[in-house]
Design a protein around this ligand. Structure first.
Ligand code: PLP
Ligand code: COI
Length: 362
C-alpha cells in the first residue's frame, strides 16, 4: 500500500474510533518509526507510513528468534497534557533483553527520540481524557542479518509501533480468574523469562490458549519445582496478606510479589511497590508457594496493559483446589490502582518523576 492510500485509510478509521470502546487491539496509526543499526552504528529514527518491513527470509529474527519488544503508554491528562510513563525504564529493560539475545542495544536517548517522534506524528491518536484509553507504544527490536548457520546476526532494526488502546481486560477494573498449568513452562530459571522476548510468549501459547478455552487466564508456576508462583499470563503476580500482631506490630498488611529469575521485572509492579511502601504497607519480594494463596485476602495481575487486574479465583485442577478472593476488587489493590492511575492521568502529584510531559510543536 502506498502512503496516500494508507493516509486515506486512516482518515476513514479516525472517524470510526470510539475511544471508550477500544480494547487491547491494534488500530493502524498514521506513522511508525524506524531506525536501523549496521556495523554497530544506529541511524537516526525516522517516521514512515509504510507499515511493512522489507526483510530477508533468512533474517535472524525469523530463523532464530532474535527479537525483543517493549510496551509503554502515553496518557492524556486531566489538564490536557500528554504524559509518557517511565519510558527510560522500558529503554533500559529493552537494552537488557537485547543483551540477553545477543542484539545491539538501542541507545536510551535514541529510544526516547523514537517514542517522542512516534507520538508527535500520531498526535491525533492520543485518546481524549476520560475515555480510559491511552496511546500504547510497542517498541520492537529484530535481528535482520541473513544467516542460515546458527548464531546471532550483526544488523538490527528498531521499530516503534503506536496504537491507541483501551483496557487489556474489558470492563474498567474487574476481576479475572486463573488456572494453574503444570504441563507447560513459560520460561526456565536460567532462561529468557527475565527478558521481554517474543519466544517467551510463543512458548506460553499452549498454556494460555488452553486456559482461555476453559474461561481462564494461565497462572505459571516455576519451571523447576512447579510449586512457586511465577507469573500471571503476561503479567506479574501480587498478593495481599493481613499481618497478624505476632508477625508485625508495624504493619497491618503485606504486599507480596514473586522473586524469580524467570519472570519479567515489571515496571508497573515496581511503581506499585513504591506506592504501597508510601502507604505503610510491608512490601516483600520472595518465592511464594502456590498454597500460600489461601492466606491472601487479595490477589492481582499487574502490567502496563492491565495496570492491576484483580483475581477473583485461582483454580488448581490437579490438586482439586480453588483459591477465592471475592468477585469485587479488594480495598488495598483498589487504592494502589487509583493512586497509580491518578499519577498517570495527572490528577495527583508525581513525586517520583515517573511521568514526562511531552510538548508537541505545531
Ligand atoms: N510479565 C510479562 C511476561 C509481561 O509481558 C509484562 C508486560 O510487559 C509484565 C510482566 C508487566 O511488565 P510492565 O509492568 O513493565 O508492563
Ligand atoms: C503488558 O503490557 O502489561 C503486557 O502484559 C504485555 C503484553 C500485552 C504483551
Amino acid at each position: 500500500m502506498n502512503d496516500a492510500m494508507s493516509a486515506s485509510l486512516n482518515d476513514e478509521m479516525m472517524k470510526n474510533i470510539d475511544w471508550s470502546k477500544l480494547g487491547f487491539h491494534y488500530t493502524e496509526p498514521d506513522y511508525i518509526v524506524r531506525a536501523a543499526c549496521h556495523e554497530g552504528v544506529w541511524e537516526e529514527p525516522y517516521a514512515t507510513q509504510d507499515k511493512y518491513l522489507h526483510l530477508h527470509v533468512s533474517a535472524t529474527c525469523l530463523q532464530y528468534g532474535q527479537e525483543a519488544f517493549e510496551g509503554l503508554k502515553a496518557f492524556r491528562g486531566v489538564d490536557g497534557k500528554i504524559r509518557l510513563f517511565r519510558w527510560r525504564e522500558n529503554a533500559r529493560r529493552m537494552a537488557k533483553s537485547a543483551e540477553g539475545l545477543y542484539m545491539r542495544p538501542v541507545p536510551e536517548e535514541l529510544f526516547g527520540r523514537a517514542i517522542r517522534l512516534a507520538l508527535e506524528k500520531n498526535i491525533d491518536f492520543v485518546p481524549p481524557y476520560g475515555t480510559g484509553a491511552t496511546l500504547y507504544f510497542r517498541p520492537l527490536l529484530i535481528g535482520t542479518t541473513p544467516r542460515l548457520g546458527v548464531g546471532p546476526g550483526r544488523d538490527f532494526e528498531f521499530v516503534v509501533i503506536p496504537s491507541p488502546i483501551g483496557p487489556y481486560y474489558p470492563g474498567k477494573f474487574h476481576c479475572t480468574s486463573f488456572i494453574v498449568n503444570r504441563h507447560v513452562d513459560r520460561a526456565a530459571p536460567f532462561g529468557t523469562g527475565q527478558f521481554k522476548v517474543g519466544g517467551n510468549y510463543a512458548a506460553s501459547f499452549r498454556a494460555t490458549e488452553a486456559a482461555h478455552a476453559q474461561g481462564y487466564d494461565c497462572l505459571f508456576l516455576d519451571a523447576k519445582y512447579h510449586r512457586y508462583i511465577d507469573e500471571c499470563s503476561a503479567a506479574n503476580f501480587i498478593g495481599i496478606k493481613e499481618c497478624t500482631k505476632e508477625q508485625s506490630t508495624m504493619y497491618k498488611v503485606e504486599y507480596l510479589t514473586p522473586l524469580s529469575s524467570a519472570i519479567l521485572p515489571s515496571i508497573t509492579n515496581d511503581s506499585l511497590m513504591t506506592l504501597a511502601k508510601e502507604r505503610g504497607i510491608k512490601v516483600t519480594r520472595r518465592r511464594i508457594l502456590l498454597e500460600e494463596l489461601s492466606e491472601m485476602t487479595e490477589a492481582a495481575a499487574c502490567g502496563t496493559a492491565c495496570v492491576i487486574s484483580p483475581i477473583d479465583k485461582v483454580v488448581d485442577p490437579e490438586q482439586g483446589r480453588t483459591y477465592s478472593f471475592g468477585s469485587e476488587p479488594g480495598p488495598v489493590l483498589s487504592e494502589l490502582y487509583h493512586a497509580l492511575r491518578d499519577i498517570q492521568f495527572g490528577r495527583a502529584e508525581d513525586r517520583h518523576g515517573w511521568t514526562e510531559v511531552i510538548e508537541i510543536k505545531n
